[in-house]
Ligand binder design. Structure first.
Ligand SMILES: [Zn+2]
Length: 336
């Protein structure tokens, strides 16, 4: 289940803080678990495949085992546990919602179960909100009063952190910025809408656009977003057109966020943004053309900086944001 080869722990350096947070990042393909201190440093980490079909009790047992192992390697007792989980979650009840990639896990009381097992407080958020909190505290949004984080990969998600607080909708709902509609005549999305941002500017939507526009289906490219970006760099005209099409819709969605919220900083992360140089000019030109009424030039559009461990770091921040009184952004769990 958890091989030694998958385990990594920091060595030879002394911990800067006494607080050690167990971090759990649950995605559709893998679950990462680690130990993160209160300055956002990852001290140990491991992961396993999600294999949700083995059932929630099995998933919970694996998460608990990985928490014990990483805590042991980091040499610290757990002060709390933060969880970032894909899909809808109920952050105040501490439960997993109806997540497409976690069949059978709906209603799982992850916060309650882990709290009972480890005897510490546990906080859970949607993974995009977790990453937004991490970037706001330790990454691209540091010091920004109004910060928006957007992740662009197989989907589009994000989180809004205003005045140090995570923006929530009614009953704690996570705003789905990736599903705001840009073209009602656009492609159908699983969310029920047509032409939402994710259906026009995510990695899979770029691949679909290329397939739909390949003349007679004879174009050699049938790949994913990564291979399309590589082909665009080599000068393939259809791949370049797919990148331009996606860049335009990325820019359009970002322009909407800027017009609606005028944040100090808007940070872009996610797999597709590893090729951000291909999209950047189109994004900037679209924002300039669309944001006529707000000082868009004052909005800093930047790359997310926490990198591959953003999920774990964000999960740790979820706990600190909820329970870490020393950080001055204590958000008390409340439910009407
Ligand atoms: Zn949608």
């Amino acid at each position: 289940m958890i091989g030694p080869s998958s385990f990594r722990a920091e060595r030879g350096i002394s911990r800067s803080s006494e607080t050690m947070i167990g971090a759990v990042d649950i995605g559709g393909t893998k679950i990462a678990v680690g130990m993160v201190d209160e300055s956002g440093r990852v001290w140990a980490r491991t992961e396993c495949s999600t294999t949700a079909e083995r059932g929630w009790p099995d998933g919970l047992a694996r998460i608990a085992t990985m928490l014990r192992e990483t805590a042991g390697h980091a040499g610290g007792e757990l002060d709390g546990i933060g969880v970032g989980c894909t899909g809808p979650v109920d952050p105040m009840a501490g439960t997993i919602g109806n997540v497409e990639f976690l069949p059978g896990w709906e209603g799982a009381d992850i916060a309650g179960e882990l709290s009972h097992t480890f005897g510490v407080s546990v906080a859970i958020e949607n993974d995009a909100d977790a990453a937004a909190l991490g970037e706001a505290m330790w990454g691209a949004g540091r010091g920004a009063q109004r910060f928006i984080y957007v992740t662009v990969g197989t989907g589009i998600g994000g989180g809004l952190v205003f005045d140090g607080q995570l923006y929530r909708g009614v009953d704690g709902a996570h705003p789905e910025i990736g599903h705001h509609v840009l073209d009602p005549a656009g492609p159908a999305c699983f969310c029920g809408a047509h032409g939402c941002w994710e259906s026009l500017a995510s990695g899979p939507s770029m691949a679909r656009w290329l397939r739909d526009n390949a003349r007679d289906g004879l174009h050699a490219l049938e790949g994913d977003a990564r291979s399309i970006c590589a082909a665009a760099e080599r000068g393939d005209p259809l791949a370049q057109a797919a990148v331009a099409h996606t860049g335009y819709y990325l820019g359009l969605g970002l322009a909407n966020l800027i017009t609606l919220f005028v944040p100090d900083v808007l940070a872009l992360g996610g797999g597709l943004m590893r090729s951000r140089h291909l999209f950047w000019d189109t994004i900037l030109n679209t924002i300039r053309a669309m944001c006529g009424l707000v000082p868009a030039e004052k909005v800093r559009l930047v790359s997310a900086v926490l990198g591959p461990e953003a999920g774990l770091i964000g999960a740790a921040r979820v706990w600190l944001h909820r329970y870490g009184a020393s950080h001055g952004t204590l958000e008390k769990p409340s439910r009407p």
